[in-house]
Structures are given as C-alpha cells and as structure tokens.
Ligand binder design. Structure first.
Ligand code: NAP
Length: 498
C-alpha cells in the first residue's frame, strides 16, 4: 500500500561526498524539487568520513547543481534542506549521532518518520550499514523505511546470497530497492508500452515472426578511473548480469495480468527461469569475450586495457562480451537473443534491434531477398523508435527500397527526458518498486552468469583481441554468422541516418 504524501521523507545518503552523489543524486533531487515533486517536507542527511560541516556540504551541493544542471535558480532554498554528519560506517557511535540528527529533522520538517537510506558507497559496506541501521535503532520508525542499494549486488551468486541474507535481517524484501539504472531509462520503460499498447506488435512478438533480437550497449570510453573495481568485475558482471539481462527480460516476458510491481516482476522472473543455462564446453559456442588493445578513437590514440592505470599487465579481465541467449519457452523457442557490450568500441550507443522473419518470396525481384523488417529501439544517447519497412522506389518499374519510419523522443518532447536517477528516486519516494530488481531476478541472473565466468576464470584468454575503436573481436561476428545472421551496424541505425 502506498501511504499518503509519500514524498515527505528523510533521505540519508551514505557516500554523500562521492562521485555518484555529486553527478547523479543531487541533480536528480534538484529536478524533483523544481518540479514540485519533493514537497516542502523533505530533508537530506549526507554522510561520509570527511569532516565537513552542514555549510560545506551545502556549498558542494550548490556546486554540483551549477556544474551538472547549469542553473542556480532557488539553489539556496534547495540546499537549505541538506545536512551533513561525518560518519564511519563501522562505528556505532556514528549511527547514534545520525539517529539524533534524524529525529531532530523529523520534528523540524514533520517527516512522519519516513526514511530512505541510500547506499551510494562501495558494495563491501552494504551489509555492515544495514546491520548498524537496525542495531543502532535507525530503522525503528513510525513511518516507512526503505533501503536503496547501488550495483553491484554481490560478485557472484554466493556473495549475493550472503549479502541478501544480511540485509534481510534489517529490511523486508519489499523495503529493498536494488538499483539497475537502466530500468529508469525512458526507452527501457517504453519497451513494455511498445509491446503491450500496440495492436500490430504483440501478435507478431514471437518465434513465428521474429528471427532474432540483438541488443548492443557499446561505449567509447575505456576503463577510466574504475580499474580497481573493473579488474575484478569485467564486462560480464558489470553489464550482462544486470542491464543486459534486464533488457532481455523486458523484451521476452509475457504480458502481465496487471501493471503492478508483483505481476511485472513475476513475468520477468519466468524469463530468467526459461533462460537456457550455458555451461562447460558450451560457453565457447555461445559466448565471446574480448579485451581492447590500443587503437584510435575520434582521431586520438588510446592505450590498450593492459596499459591502463591500476590494470595488471597480464590481465584476464574481459572488456567486451557477446553472447547468444536462448529462452526455452513456447513463445521464444528457436529465436536467438544476441547481446553485445564493451568498452572502447566505435560508438557510444545502446540499441535493441528486433529483426522480423523474411516474407515467403520477393514478388518484385525473384533473385533478391527483401530487406527484413526491423524495429529498432534507441535507448541511449538517442531515444526513439525506428521501423524499417519496404516501399516502392520512385520510377516506372516496381522496385522496392527499405524506408525508415522514425519517432524520436527528444524531438517529440522538445527536451531531454528526465535522467534515470530522477525517475528512480521519485519511484522510491512513492513506494513503487517496479523499476528496481527483486531478489529472485538478481539470484537467477547470477546463476546464469556464474556458469560462464567459472569457465572464463579457469582458462587464460588470448587477450588483447580487439582494437580500440572497432566493434569488438572477429569471433563476435562469427557467433551470428554461424546462424546466418549478422550484427546490424548500430551507427547506420542512428536516427540521424534515417
Ligand atoms: N559513480 C557512478 O557513476 C556510479 C554508477 C553506477 C553505480 N555506482 C555505484 O555507486 C556506489 C558509489 O560509487 P561512487 O562512484 O560514488 O564512489 P566514490 O566516488 O568512491 O564514493 C564513495 C563514498 O563513500 C565514502 N566512504 C568511503 N569509505 C567510507 C567509510 N569507511 N565510512 C564512511 N564513508 C565512506 C566516501 O567519502 P569519504 O572519502 O569522505 O569517506 C565517498 O563519499 C558504488 O557502489 C558504485 O559501484 C556508481
């Protein structure tokens, strides 16, 4: 049940001096504030080790808004809701101080005891913080209590299970909001609407009419400052276990009977249960890993992964993954879902291509295959949908040419759609957990991914195997060629090229 006026809340941010808080959380809270979605009754306590005062913290909040939002409109009033408490996550005294401040602010802003604990910190602290929140009395409150956890949720199934067991000592499953920020993206949320609100898609959305689905999430950036984390994670854990598999679930799930959190999650879980496990010798047949070598991006020479700061010279960490997933249920039997993600690729782009089966014959030219119909969902940086259809070429002879029907979210609204974090914070304030991941989804996706990493970790790779600025190793192309498909060139599919 959603309580009244749930935007009234105390938000406690652990890791308040960090990068995520500065770049995403404060700008998102500011947008909500400006849109009147935070009400007057909200307060934020930021915590971290450094000994800042409230004033210093507020100055940093303002700086973040000016830098990342580009305005100072009502900035003093906004920042006046922010308080800072120096904090050591392992020390009970810190939590006792925090509780005192929380109670003061609760009274000052009439917050009805509602509390959101946002853990924007390194994952090794998640369990400890959850324990202290309970043992030091912060979870004892008359209002709601919600725990927001950043990724990664564990390193594998075993560690995720033990983290989950630990936080469940302090929070019930429905009070835990596990962030997968892809689920806050406008076009990811749109997948469901495109499928279930259009008469012409849903009847075709199955193995009779779809030949394959391709999901590409490519980055131009290298590992940047994240090598310490990334060396232990790699692309499989960093991207596939969460974002890529979540998109697969949304594309493949059955229509929920109602648009409630429980019904949608239950349909997504069924997809994960139907995902064919890939293990042992099969891993090489279904999955390709890669690591970038030096190369050229935007005319700049860039170094290979093994020469990046904090990366070991013989690193076996993958910066690229391509895979073929099979969903063994009635709707999808026989339809490959190809996924591909990596760093230092040609372009920054997340796109989904739904390729429809060829029609039985080409009436217009018996010697040529007609271009297949495609539905392209542009997730980022562009947001939109393109439908590729065949139409008549102008001229006296009847010849066909592919044309593209295009919808661009940005063009339609005239402005960029809200940042994913803004939507997710709003949902959390309102007790809507639909766009957060349930434990069952997390566990099943780790189970799938663990079987692949087990094989990879025990076998030295022949890295580096793709040039920075390319679209990954040659084997990723072969993965589709053996099924008589090929990757659609994501740059060709860009809205501006339509
Ligand atoms: N940055 C992103 O864009 C991004 C995107 C997706 C997910 N994430 C996830 O978000 C989380 C935070 O990432 P981040 O990039 O913001 O990390 P970060 O910049 O390293 O920030 C870490 C924060 O934790 C505080 N901290 C560290 N040790 C502490 C301790 N013992 N007690 C109290 N506070 C402590 C740090 O402040 P002090 O040094 O002052 O203590 C700092 O505020 C991670 O789980 C990350 O995987 C980040």
């Amino acid at each position: 049940m959603i309580p009244n006026d749930t935007s009234t809340s105390l938000i406690m941010i652990f890791g308040a001096t960090g990068d995520l808080a500065k770049r995403k959380l404060y700008p998102s809270l500011y947008h909500l504030y400006k849109k009147g979605k935070l009400a007057e009754k909200f307060a934020v306590i930021g915590t971290a080790r450094r000994a800042w005062t409230h004033e210093q913290f507020r100055e940093n909040i303002k700086e973040s808004i000016i830098t990342f939002v580009g305005t100072n409109d009502q900035i003093d009033d906004f920042a006046s809701h922010f308080y800072y408490q120096p904090h050591d996550v392992t020390d009970s005294n810190s939590y006792i101080q925090l509780k005192k401040l929380a109670e003061e602010l609760d009274t000052k802003y009439s917050l009805q005891g509602n509390r959101i604990f946002y853990l924007a910190m390194a994952p090794e602290f998640f369990g400890t913080i959850a324990d202290h929140l309970k043992s030091d009395g912060l979870t004892e409150t008359i209002g709601f209590k919600r725990l927001v956890i950043e990724k990664p949720f564990g390193h594998d199934l075993e560690s995720a299970e033990s983290l989950n067991a630990q936080i469940r000592q302090s929070f019930a499953e429905e009070e835990i909001y596990r962030i997968d920020h892809y689920l806050g993206k406008a076009m990811v949320q749109n997948i469901e609407v495109i499928r279930f609100a259009n008469a012409f898609f849903e009847p075709l959305w199955n193995n009779r009419y779809i030949s394959n689905i391709q999901i590409t999430s490519s980055e131009k950036l290298g590992v940047e400052e994240r090598a310490r984390y990334y060396e232990k994670s790699g692309a499989l854990r960093d991207m596939v276990q969460n974002h890529m598999l979540q998109m697969v679930a949304l594309l493949a799930m059955e229509p929920p009977i109602r648009l409630t959190t429980e019904e949608i999650r239950s349909e997504k879980v069924k997809v994960f249960r139907a995902l064919r496990p890939i293990e042992g010798d099969e891993v090489e047949k279904y999955f390709v890993r890669g690591q970038y070598d030096k190369g050229t991006i935007d005319n700049n020479e860039v170094v290979g992964y093994r020469d990046e700061h904090n990366v070991v010279p013989q690193s076996n960490t993958e910066t690229f993954v391509a895979g073929k997933l099979m969903i063994d249920n009635f709707r999808w039997a026989g339809v490959p879902f190809y996924i591909r993600t990596g760093k230092r690729l040609t372009t920054k782009s997340t796109k989904i291509v739904i390729q429809f089966k060829n029609i039985p014959m080409n009436l217009y030219n018996k010697n040529e295959q007609l271009s297949p119909n495609l539905l392209v969902i542009h997730i980022q940086p562009e947001e939109g949908i393109t439908l590729h259809v065949n139409a008549k070429k102008s001229g006296r002879n009847i010849q066909t040419k592919p044309v593209k029907l295009n919808f661009s979210n940005e063009a339609d609204n005239g402005i960029n759609t809200p940042e994913a974090y803004e939507k997710l914070l709003y949902d959390c304030l309102h007790g809507d957990a639909t766009n957060f991941t349930h434990w069952d989804e997390v566990a099943l996706s780790w189970r799938f991914v663990d079987k692949i990493s087990e094989v990879w970790e025990n076998k030295q790779s022949s890295f580096p195997n793709y040039k920075a600025g390319s679209m990954g190793p040659f084997e990723a192309d072969k993965l589709l060629q053996q099924d008589n498909f090929s990757w659609w060139d994501v740059t060709d599919l860009d809205v501006e090229n339509c």
